[in-house]
Design a protein around this ligand. Structure first.
Ligand SMILES: [Zn+2]
Length: 165
């Protein structure tokens, strides 16, 4: 299964994409990084406590990511309209960018968005050129240009198909 989602990223001081909504400081540096060199795999941040006598209870962990009863997975919204209406993160002073991600593996589909097992950024709105050149993503200066090229059923995309065909 593979589909496109829309999301925000915070950009660290090396130009790398990281979660916009999860403060990553308590976790190891590589753990919440969206990889520039390949597919990013979701990890569950709820870990089993090895010292707990009840560590084998279902709520203490699960085998597959994402899990319906958990909050884990790589998040993305379903449409650019939902993304455009979303608040901007306030926990960080780092720059944030929005863009498109290709999701794969196990995907839980919600009303407004997705939680996925795997993800790969494919396009970003990068007005100020803050995203590392290491990401092989399409880069846009305007939201409308991004939307026009990554919304297959949109009127702009249809027009572009006509021109291309
Ligand atoms: Zn989980």
């Amino acid at each position: 299964m593979s589909l496109l989602g829309w999301r925000q990223w915070a950009v660290d001081d090396r130009g790398q994409l990281r979660p916009a909504w999860t403060p990553w400081s308590p976790f190891p540096p590589g753990m919440l990084l969206w990889r520039p060199d390949g597919i990013t795999e979701a990890r569950c941040l709820r870990t089993k406590r090895p010292d707990s006598p009840a560590s084998d209870e279902p709520a203490a962990g699960h085998d597959r990511v994402p899990d319906e009863r958990c909050l884990c997975g790589l998040y993305a919204w379903r449409t650019p309209e939902i993304l455009a209406a979303a608040r901007r993160p306030r926990w960080t002073a780092l720059p944030c960018v929005v863009g498109v991600v290709r999701l794969g593996g196990r995907i839980i589909i919600g009303e407004r968005g997705y939680r996925a097992e795997r993800g790969y950024p494919v396009a970003v709105l990068d007005r100020h050129g803050v995203v590392s050149a290491g990401y092989s993503v399409a880069r846009y200066r305007t939201f409308s240009a991004l939307v026009a090229e990554w919304t297959p059923s949109g009127p702009e995309a249809t027009g572009m198909d006509r021109i291309a065909g």
